[in-house]
Design a protein around this ligand. Structure first.
Ligand code: G3P
Ligand code: MG
Length: 348
């Protein structure tokens, strides 16, 4: 442990290891903290037998709000002050795409929130499904805008608009309407609504903020996630295209190695600005509940990284005790508190 050069106060700071946490199914379920999570945060913040503070970040596939807003939610849930400098959500890496596309369709989330996020990332011209339905209500026969949605959606003549890329920022609140609009664009000539390509290979690229088919929410069984929306979109496109055409889809988030590398860079910055520590940690304990995204990604980045990404699977979310995880973690523990204690004991 290093001597503190940080706002953490008198606790000494671990310099050789850190923790990174998945959120849904590890720390939170259905908007409520998992009980052990609150104690786990206290342990990380010095309430352990060594009096040591362990730097940590959060890496969720969720999204739909600005990083500031998500951190405020998480701080309230976990009774700990969590800052955007230690937080990555599914759409955070999309920030780096803002200068690559001019007009983009942003799908998902509550109301106008994802448009606000995208504009905050620097996207120049952000269209929502609401704008398209406002322009032509026949687009989605069973989806009518509420008066509030109508007021918030922007008036626009889409005759002259080419949508260069589609970004699914957060879970869709209207799968049928959103898939319809995405298919219209996939089959269009160069992202121009109302047109149909002969070859069905001229649509814009589609970026999803993650690929989780299911996730752990309040219900006792897992719930459908963005990966399921993507599957429905891709399968329906195939059916409609009847063997021709081409769809360009790509998912960010876990288990992409690039997302874990992004997290590594964030962790280095956080350790340096918050704790005055130079260079990367030797070990990153990554605690997740979903073998297909958390464990798969942590194991994959471990193959490539100089430091040790140590995957820990918990039993409070997607993974079910007694089943064989599709991707094997280094260790399985009951919950996030056990994960934190396990890592600290292993290090000290
Ligand atoms: O939509 C959120 C979900 O798919 C997973 O979130 O925190 O478990 O990565 P998380
Ligand atoms: Mg999870």
């Amino acid at each position: 442990a290093s001597t503190p050069g940080s706002p953490v106060g008198l606790a000494s700071v671990a310099d050789s290891f850190v923790f990174a946490f998945d959120i849904d199914g590890v720390l939170v379920r259905g908007g409520e903290a998992i009980p052990e999570a609150i104690q786990a945060m206290k342990v990380l913040n010095g309430a352990n037998e060594f009096g040591i503070h362990v730097p940590h970040i959060f890496l969720t596939n969720g999204g739909g709000k600005t990083e500031e807003e998500r951190c405020a939610d998480l701080s309230r849930q976990l009774l700990q002050d969590i800052k955007p400098g230690q937080f990555i959500c599914g759409h955070t890496p999309m920030r780096e795409m803002a200068s690559k596309h001019r007009t983009v369709l942003v799908v998902g989330g509550e109301g106008e929130k994802c448009r606000v996020v995208a504009e905050g990332y620097g996207f120049q011209d952000v269209v929502t499904p609401g704008d398209i339905i406002k322009h032509d209500a026949a687009t989605t026969p069973f989806r009518k805008l509420t008066p509030e949605e109508h007021a918030n959606s922007r008036e626009r003549d889409f005759a002259d608009v080419a949508i260069d890329a589609v970004f699914v920022f957060a879970d869709s609140r209207d799968w049928a309407g959103d898939i319809q609009i995405m298919l219209d664009l996939a089959m269009s000539r160069g992202g121009r609504l109302g047109t149909r390509s002969e070859t069905l290979d001229e649509g814009p690229p589609f970026y999803f903020s993650h690929n989780d088919v299911v996730w752990s929410a309040a219900h006792e069984h897992v719930r459908l996630g963005m990966g399921a929306l993507r599957r429905m979109f891709e399968v329906t496109f195939k059916d409609l295209a009847g063997g021709k055409g081409k769809l360009r889809t790509h998912a960010f988030g876990k288990p992409q190695v690039s997302t874990f590398e992004f997290a590594s860079r964030l962790m280095s910055r956080w350790r340096s600005t918050e704790h005055g520590l130079a260079g990367p940690p030797q070990t990153i304990y990554f605690v997740g509940d979903t073998p297909e995204s958390d464990i798969r990604g942590a194991n994959a980045v471990n193959e490539e990284a100089d430091n040790d990404w140590y995957s820990i699977l918990v039993k409070t979310g997607v993974y079910q005790d007694g089943t064989e995880p599709a991707y094997k973690p280094r260790v399985i523990v009951d919950n996030v508190l056990d994960a934190v204690n396990y890592g600290i004991q292993r290090e000290m």
